[in-house]
Design a protein around this ligand. Structure first.
Ligand code: 6GU
Length: 239
């Protein structure tokens, strides 16, 4: 897979040289290109934004630099990703889907966003997806691009050493589908008066799997009731 990222802050994407994504790049499991939008500006100030038509606060990113920079990057098999707080939510299912694509281009907007005609134009040439990463407002798409690249990269074959850790992730389809993960423990067996739950030391794998599922369900009910609906065993649900 190849991912091209377009931004006015290429340095913001330096973390993509580190850790899991950095290793996947050096092993040739993914190619990532970072492009400075200002390289496509035509005036001596390298401007990429202008005042919004119709008035209002802030600035809007001009279509010309976007068009000039994206034209040579986009093919009909590209998925053009536009991070935006007004996009549909980026989730694990989306990450799974995108990890099968051959080419993503991520267009990071700043200010009040990118002139809407850019998305309309490229929607005629390739698939375009506007996505947000949560219900809060960031200063630009770069952090979302980091999130998307990491979530997608770790799903590529050969990137995560233990394939089970990807399969058994929170939100991943399978046994724990729709649940967040429960608590985990490692040595020592007692730390500051707290013992590791007995069942995990029992060696009974069926019991352990059952316990983990119970814990995952309980934690999901507590932390993410939106994922499982109300707990019918909770005291306030009785009577
Ligand atoms: Cl993708 N961009 C910005 N600017 N803010 C966000 C977001 C994206 N997702 C949530 N908030």
């Amino acid at each position: 897979m190849r991912i091209d990222i377009v931004t006015i802050f290429p340095d913001y994407l330096a973390p993509l040289e580190l850790s899991l994504v950095g290793k996947a790049r050096s092993e040739g499991l993914i190619e990532i290109g970072v492009h400075d939008l200002r390289d496509a500006a035509t005036d001596r100030h390298r401007s990429v934004d202008d005042e919004p038509y119709g008035g209002g606060p802030g600035m809007v990113m001009s279509p010309q630099p976007w068009g000039d920079l994206l034209d040579p990057l986009v093919t009909d098999s590209t998925l053009l990703v536009v991070p935006s707080p007004s996009g549909r939510r980026f989730d694990q299912v989306t990450a799974q889907d995108w990890s099968q694509r051959e080419h993503l281009v991520i267009a990071c907007g700043r200010y009040e966003g990118i002139d809407s005609r850019v998305m309309a134009h490229y929607a005629q040439r390739c698939e375009v997806a506007e996505v947000g990463i949560g219900d809060y407002v960031l200063a630009g798409g770069e952090v979302a691009a980091l999130v998307i690249v990491e979530a997608v990269t770790r799903l590529l074959p050969g990137v995560v050493g233990n394939a089970r850790s990807v399969i058994e992730d929170s939100f991943a389809p399978g046994e724990m589908e729709g649940l967040v993960e429960g608590p985990v423990f490692t040595r020592p067996p007692v730390w500051r008066d707290q013992a590791v739950p007995e069942v995990l030391l029992s060696g009974n794998h069926a019991e352990i799997a059952r316990w983990r599922h119970e814990q995952a369900l309980a934690r999901t009910q507590r932390m993410r009731p939106d994922l499982v609906g109300p707990d019918v065993n909770a005291p306030e649900a009785q009577e």
